[in-house]
Design a protein around this ligand. Structure first.
Ligand code: GLN
Length: 499
């Protein structure tokens, strides 16, 4: 483990250590570039927007690529965390990750179809190195019993959403109204500002996340050779693909990637429950985290429709004309981060308020509420589709309501999940379990791409059945979570209940 700071007296940044400011702005720029580009992705791959044609790939293929990309970004967080632990240390991982992401966005800015996938590969690899590790450094700014830890993470969650607002606003406008590649380039400039900022203010982090775990030097050298070999193989696969030596159907690839994620998750949970030598309390906690994992994957599979099927619905069937102004399609994505910034303090207060009255729902129930909100959001969309079938375009209020419900769901589930995984994971497996939390986002992302493709393959007709299925399985999993929450809850939580 890297050095954990003593409880620091440093209250420079809103009562928090200086280092949080560095991480705040790095994450803000990283999310600006990630979401700014993601808002354009499916539009660019399909027919584009009025007056600005895209690559004209089919909806189903474009959604599959979006799903693979979103899934890869979070899947690569698992090896990204491992590399930081064992080879680079967190600070260097963040820096190198940020540089790779910048390269990725600038590659996407090249107006060539051939380099498009390469750009996505860079962004996904870089994000895998940056995203989990920057969150780990946040944790390391505080000692175990520093009461500012949770609010530190809340401030950090704000940076994510302020960054995405910036991204949608700037890259969305440039990409749709001026030129796709300018939008991608703007994402690159944003990330470059993030890199510069990190280099200039990195010293404020002190020793937090500076060094990798202490392991035998020979073992480390072996790890480095192993990583080198993987980089070589990946480079070979990507370059030979670019040279046209092989190709693969994105839908087929997305389906196999989904299967792979399911299999490794099942194997990992079986290992933890039966072979990891955990005591009964720890096993009960792992069982609860398994429930949360399933809930989170289902949740993100609906949530991530935002940049897939919901973006296509917005482009094709929603009126974005306000007087003489026509808003870019991706600007509707602005609503989610805006609502997060507006309502996050309210939700944080709500849990404390309910907690004081002993009414705070337990973790699986909170997840169930998140899934129910997700389902209601899609019920709203089913009505929007019905109205669009009668007369299109429909008003933007449908999206407003759906994104509001989805954001309430996110605020019920996402921060709670992060803290559940950090609190209830068996201590020995903490790092890996955080990786499992990201794996739920990964599985959600790839499922979102597959479902989004199905939903948009034949206009409005194909949306209703997919949205209906989403409603059913979100409600079904919510029901199971509520039912099991009476038997399976976090063990320390149960002990608190008995007080
Ligand atoms: N919006 C959050 C972020 O960008 C969470 C996304 C997720 O886990 N799928 O970090």
């Amino acid at each position: 483990m890297s050095t954990v700071r003593e409880k620091s007296e440093d209250t420079y940044f809103f009562g928090h250590p200086k280092g949080l400011m560095t991480l705040f702005f790095t994450e803000m720029w990283e999310r600006m570039s990630y979401y700014g580009m993601r808002g354009l992705l499916v539009l660019y791959m399909t027919i584009g927007v009025a007056g600005n044609p895209g690559m004209d790939w089919s909806n189903i293929q474009a959604n599959a690529i979006y799903g693979i990309y979103a899934g890869m970004v979070y899947f690569l967080a698992v090896p990204g965390g491992w590399i930081a632990d064992n080879i680079l240390g967190y600070q260097r991982s963040v820096l190198i990750g940020a540089i790779i992401i910048t390269l990725g966005h600038f590659t996407l800015a090249i107006p060539l179809e051939q380099t498009f996938i390469l750009g996505l590969v860079f962004v996904a690899l870089g994000t895998g190195l940056l995203k989990p590790n920057i969150s780990s450094i946040v944790g390391q700014l505080y000692s175990q019993n520093d009461s500012r830890r949770d609010s530190g993470f809340t401030i950090f969650y704000m940076s994510i959403n302020i960054g995405s607002m910036l991204g949608f606003a700037v890259c969305g406008w440039l990409g749709e109204k001026v030129g796709w590649h300018l939008g991608f380039g703007a994402a690159g400039i944003g990330m470059l500002l993030g890199v510069t900022q990190f280099i200039l203010f990195r010293h404020q982090l002190g020793d937090a996340g500076k060094y990798p775990n202490k392991i035998n030097e020979q073992t480390r050298r072996n790890y480095i050779s192993g990583v080198g070999l993987v980089i070589f193989i990946v480079t070979f696969i990507v370059v030979s693909g670019m040279a046209g030596l092989w190709s693969i159907d994105p839908v087929y690839f997305a389906e196999r990637f989904r299967d792979f994620l399911v299999i490794i998750s099942v194997i990992y949970f079986i290992y933890l429950l039966f072979f990891a030598g955990l005591n009964t309390d720890e096993k009960r906690n792992v069982l609860m985290l398994l429930l949360l994992f399933i809930g989170a994957a289902a949740f993100w599979s609906g949530f991530d429709q935002s940049a897939g099927s919901l973006t296509i619905f917005t482009r094709d069937y929603v009126s974005l004309t306000f007087g003489s102004f026509i808003a870019p399609v991706s600007w509707t994505q602005f609503l989610n981060p805006l609502f997060v910034v507006m309502f996050a303090p309210f939700f944080a207060y709500l849990w404390v308020f309910l907690g004081k009255r002993n009414l705070d729902p337990n973790m699986p129930v909170k997840f169930a509420i998140g899934l129910i909100l997700m389902a209601i959001g899609f019920i709203v969309m089913i009505f929007a589709v019905k109205f669009a079938l009668v007369s299109s375009p429909v008003g933007v209020q449908w999206l407003l309501l759906t994104y509001l419900l989805h954001t309430f769901g996110e605020l019920t589930l996402s921060p709670v999940g992060l803290s559940a995984f950090s609190k209830y994971s068996p201590k020995k497996y903490l790092g890996q379990m955080m990786g499992i939390w990201f794996l739920a986002s990964s599985l959600g992302g790839v499922l979102a791409g597959l479902l989004g493709g199905e939903a948009t393959q034949s206009g409005l007709q194909s949306m209703t059945p997919v949205f209906t299925n989403l409603v059913y399985y979100c409600l079904a999993i919510a029901g199971i979570l509520i039912g099991l929450s009476f038997f399976i809850k976090g063990v320390s939580e149960e002990k608190e209940d008995q007080k």
